[in-house]
Design a protein around this ligand. Structure first.
Ligand SMILES: [Zn+2]
Length: 436
């Protein structure tokens, strides 16, 4: 096994330019996720996939390509082999917008080499990582090594806007026992990631003219000439948000995970709409008339849960909380809030791969051999495509190069880390898949 790894590492050293050139070629093709910015000049995911598909085919992969959304293709390449030792290498080729291009020191798609880095949008997040996966396979083939287990490379779209590319694969394609997602980890091994879903809570009040609010402030008997006051949903929502903050804090106290920061189980109220009348789109119909006592408020929550929690349990716990909150008020008891899970279909299952899993150990061990800084095995605060593989029962890990400026200006990837990640990934492939 180590002979095979050594010969592949030699290959990678001899042909360092392979991963560098490929990264640059991918960065030069702008592939901004069209969900953020529609512009044919920069929404060029198919061209990026052309490059990857061609390379995979020339390395003997059987490829498959299909549109996840119109003109937004995923590409899969597979070398056949045993299912028992099967492995997926995955990366996304969509990138976030450039933002203010005047804040960049260079053309955001120049892919120039300077100071030991490749510069440009997507360099580190994550065309560099995709190139490492392709380069690792290329080196294995060039070294004449035949794997026992099946190796697949998944080049996916739309990670930056919900992971619908990887989700499509997780639902509809043949998977593998294990997966490495080559997002930038600065050479560390990420074994855990919390789950994430978006939830909408709709709180209902009773509409009335604001002129009768005095009846809510100083309750007075309801008489023929005195209109019954409304129930202000915005005020109920503020009470709900206060209770939610307590609930969130108690969840953060009660749940912990050795690889995650303390208090990671947060519930962020990110968007709130208040107004009158329920619109067809699930939001208040009138949101511009303060003279109405509001009867509809929607609160959209970014709901994180722990790597070792089950979504079913998370759901049940929150529904219980909302139910008991509503029970504290006679109006809400009769008119309970509504809960909508997986708003906009956003749902990232948790990932919780053991620290002593063979693939975790292989990555950590190989990274320790290759990198100047030994790797740390850790958890990740946000979510990645690894979630969709983990949710489908694949043992997933995240490992990849280092850089800077992701989702910011002056994005870059460290060239040395590209070469190192290619070596580590190639060795992990050989460790996992075995050789013939
Ligand atoms: Zn990414």
């Amino acid at each position: 096994m180590n002979d095979a790894v050594n010969s592949v590492w030699e290959r990678i050293d001899k042909d360092r330019d392979f991963v560098i050139d490929l990264t640059r070629e991918l960065v030069k093709i702008p592939s901004v996720n069209p969900k953020f910015q529609v512009d044919p000049e920069i929404n060029r995911e198919p061209e990026v996939q052309d490059v990857i598909e061609r390379q995979l085919q020339s390395d003997g992969f059987a490829t498959e390509r299909w549109d996840v959304f119109p003109d937004r293709p995923n590409v899969i390449g597979e070398w056949e082999g045993s299912d028992e030792k099967s492995l997926i290498l995955c990366g996304h080729i969509d990138v976030v917008p450039v933002g203010d291009s005047t804040a960049w020191d260079r053309d955001p798609f120049c892919a120039d080499i300077d100071k030991g880095k490749i510069w440009g949008r997507g360099a580190v997040d994550m065309k560099g990582g995709v190139a490492c996966c392709v380069a690792a396979a290329n080196a294995i083939r060039a070294a004449g090594i035949e794997l026992d287990g099946r190796l697949a490379i998944h080049s996916v779209v739309d990670e930056e806007a919900g992971g619908f590319g990887a989700m499509d694969i997780a639902k509809n394609r043949r998977l593998a026992k294990r997966a490495i997602i080559a997002e930038p980890t600065w050479g560390d091994v990420v074994a855990a990631e919390g789950g994430l879903t978006w939830v909408r809570v709709t709180i209902f009040g009773k509409q009335a003219h604001a002129g009768w609010r005095f009846n809510s402030i100083f309750p007075q008997p309801h008489t023929a000439d005195r209109i019954e006051p409304g129930v202000n949903a915005i005020e109920l929502a503020t009470r709900f948000l206060n209770a939610l903050r307590e609930f969130e804090a108690s969840r953060c106290r009660d749940h912990w995970h050795p690889l995650m920061p303390t208090g990671i189980a947060t519930i962020n109220p990110g968007v709130i709409h208040g107004g009158a009348g329920m619109g067809e789109n699930g939001l208040p119909a009138v949101m511009s008339n303060a003279a109405m006592i509001s009867d509809v408020v929607t609160i959209d929550l970014d709901y994180k849960f722990m790597p070792d929690e089950r979504f079913e349990d998370v759901k049940a716990e929150f529904e219980d909380f909302v139910h008991h909150f509503a029970a504290t008020d006679s109006w809400m008891r009769e008119n309970p809030p509504k809960i909508l899970w997986d708003l906009f279909d956003l749902n990232f299952p948790p990932m919780n791969t053991p620290v002593d899993h063979p693939l975790t150990l292989s990555l950590a061990n190989r990274a320790g051999q290759v990198q100047a800084t030994p790797p740390v095995i850790k958890g990740f605060e946000a979510v990645t495509d690894a979630a969709h593989y983990a949710g489908a029962g694949v043992d997933a890990l995240i490992y990849g190069p280092s850089g800077d400026g992701f989702h910011a200006n002056n994005e870059c990837v460290d060239i040395e880390s590209l070469v190192e990640s290619t070596k580590v990934i190639a060795a992990a492939v050989i460790d996992n898949c075995g050789t013939k």
